[in-house]
Design a protein around this ligand. Structure first.
Ligand code: ADP
Ligand code: MG
Length: 252
């Protein structure tokens, strides 16, 4: 579904990603873990080209996102139009929910259906209702964000992404901004999505989720992909790599 080939990324002189090669298979849940500053968010943002990478390439279902580094200049990036089209296939959920404060839950979910997909209001609202039902928020469609808990707001943000019918969902620490008692409701919605076969890349510090829901767990350290293996190989035994071992010790 996604192929990342030899990706590198610099912020000025600073090497944020070095030679990262990674595949994400269809219907797979890939959890991305690693220390703070290791490049997890940068990698996720490069996947949908929110961040331009400097070397390598990303393919989504075989189609290039961004540009080929081999001899090509950044100006060969996709046209805005092609990029917009591709991004519709990639849903993204951030730590901060980024809902419109002046729109209800239903309107927040319907907004992109109307303004990006070009649906009429009635059809957009129908799809938005179905998406809210999937995150168990049918009873809150008229609430404004200020009248929703953090967990509910994040579920609206997930519904907003689902409504666009993406082929892949990217999550960047979706529960990190939540009070501990609200984490579970968001993780369980994500687990349901996984069970329904959604392809997901999840940056998370929730090791229980990574251990139980992920098909594979990728560990990043200093911009390098250290390992990408089934969770049992990381959580079920003492990891071989000292960096992975040290990282996991902070969670015990
Ligand atoms: P993580 O998500 O794993 O905590 P990030 O991908 O956010 O890490 O950041 C990786 C490294 O790149 C960090 O050292 C961070 O300071 C640096 N970085 C991230 N974004 C920028 C930016 N826009 N400008 C300069 N440095 C950045
Ligand atoms: Mg991050």
């Amino acid at each position: 579904m996604i192929q990342v080939r030899n990706m590198s990324k610099y912020f000025d002189e600073f090497e944020a990603l070095r030679d990262v090669t990674l595949d994400v298979h269809r219907s797979e849940v890939l959890c991305l873990i690693g220390p703070s500053g290791s490049g997890k968010s940068t990698l996720l943002r490069c996947l949908n080209f929110l961040e331009a990478y400097d070397g390598g390439e990303v393919l989504l279902e075989g189609e290039l996102i961004g540009w080929k580094s081999a001899g090509a200049s950044p100006r060969k990036a996709l046209s805005g139009e092609a990029l917009r089209r591709q991004r519709q296939h990639i849903g993204m959920v951030f730590q901060q929910f980024n809902l419109w404060p002046h729109l209800t839950a239903l309107e927040n979910v319907a907004e992109a259906l109307i303004h990006v997909k070009g649906l009429g209001k009635k059809q957009a609202h129908e799809k938005a209702r179905a998406a809210l039902a999937k995150v168990n928020l049918s009873d809150k469609e008229k609430n404004y964000p200020a009248n929703l808990s953090g967990g509910q707001q994040q579920r609206v943000a997930i519904a907003r992404a689902i409504a666009m019918e993406p082929s892949v969902m990217l999550f960047d620490e979706p529960t990190s901004a939540l009070d501990p008692e609200l984490v579970g409701e968001v993780l369980s919605v994500m687990k349901e999505m996984a069970n329904e076969g959604m392809t997901m890349v999840v940056v998370t510090h929730e090791m229980g989720f990574a251990a139980h829901v992920a098909d594979r767990v990728a560990f990043l350290d200093s911009g390098r992909l250290v390992t990408c293996v089934p969770p049992a190989e990381i959580f079920g035994q003492v990891p071989e790599d000292p960096r992975v071992r040290a990282f996991l010790q902070t969670y015990r």
